[in-house]
Design a protein around this ligand. Structure first.
Ligand code: SF4
Ligand code: SF4
Length: 313
């Protein structure tokens, strides 16, 4: 794998643009090639020690992390992380996803949705549940909403299958516990990853109550049939998850899963009353996963037509 493939997006006109620039970030150190792997392991170990020290200070409450700041709602965001939101392409003040349970089931298009995401994002196909990597997957209603008393819900709903993914939480626990700020919340609500900063400590995986994150326990590249050169591959020891297709939004395009869903998955600005997601949520009964935890998921599941507009959890 070439270093360029790891660090650049190749545009349609053939020009190569650093990933960090394309995603609205300032360039970061390049991903090591195989020859650099040994020294990189060393650097990652050192980084881990620093991360633990920072976490210890934070947990002791003696000092706030200098590179984190609190939003009005108390969410920690990477305010000083040299991150600037994309100004081109599609923009929003709060990106959100609405999944129509009945339509996604009727369409029976889970394979199409999942493979559109995984193929384009170079997610490895590892057929071992202990080490598999997934960004979006299929689950059943009762497991997805295990905290819900669904005893008297319509059979049709209880028997539903659902796509599940990172919820891009308003108060993301994963961001709070990450010692290196490898995961951070953008001003537009997307919880993103900087793979170069990830030290594989898995604090974020433990912090996420949704199991939305995967660690690359092995080198993922041999498990990718057809590498997409327009998206970076990851390395062993790096955590990954759905990124709300931030790279597509920067190009003015909707997420892959939305495009593949034949209208069953909607995506838009939750702060814009005229957006498709706001219209879909208004007057419809919807659910968010484990909403009582206060994480504030940005992924909503539409249950039914009707007039239960203020029943959104
Ligand atoms: S679902 Fe998990 S990984 Fe995604 S933002 Fe929320 S806490 Fe983080
Ligand atoms: S929004 Fe993009 S990255 Fe997230 S599940 Fe859908 S296709 Fe995958």
């Amino acid at each position: 794998m070439s270093e360029q493939m790891n660090n650049s997006l190749v545009q349609r006109d053939g020009a190569s643009v650093p990933i960090s620039k394309k995603l609205g970030q300032k360039p970061r150190p390049s991903v090591p090639n195989n020859e650099q792997a040994g020294s990189e392991q060393m650097k990652r170990r050192d980084f881990f020690k620093v991360g633990l020290a920072v976490t210890a200070v934070s947990m002791g409450g003696a000092a706030a992390l200098s590179t984190l700041s609190a939003c009005g709602d108390g969410t920690l965001v990477a305010a000083d992380l040299e991150f600037e939101p994309a100004t081109a392409g599609l923009t929003a003040s709060h990106w959100a996803m609405v999944i129509d349970i009945r339509r996604v089931n009727d369409a029976a298009n889970f394979d199409k949705i999942i493979s559109a995401c995984h193929k384009n994002h170079n997610v490895p196909q590892i057929n071992d549940p202990k080490i598999e990597v997934k960004w979006i997957w299929q689950d059943d209603f009762e497991h997805t909403f295990a905290d819900l008393d669904s005893q008297h819900l319509a059979h049709e709903i209880k028997e539903s299958a659902l796509p599940v993914l990172c919820n891009h939480c308003e108060n993301p626990a994963c961001v709070r516990v990450c010692p290196t700020q490898a995961t951070f919340k953008q001003p537009d609500g997307i919880v993103n990853m900087d793979y170069h900063r990830c030290i594989g400590c898995r604090f974020c995986m433990t912090g996420c109550p949704y199991g939305s994150r995967s660690l690359n326990y092995v080198d993922p590249r041999p498990y990718i049939d057809d590498i997409n050169p327009d998206f970076p591959t990851r390395t062993k020891g790096v955590v990954e998850k759905c990124n709300f297709c931030v790279e597509r939004l920067a190009l003015g395009e909707m997420p892959y899963c939305v495009e593949a869903s034949d209208g069953a998955i909607m995506f838009g600005d939750l702060d814009d009353p005229s957006s498709e997601v706001c219209k879909a949520l208004a007057g419809h009964l919807s659910l968010r996963r484990i909403a009582h935890l206060g994480t504030g998921p940005s992924v909503y599941y539409l249950l039914s037509d009707g007039s239960g507009g203020d029943e959104n959890a």
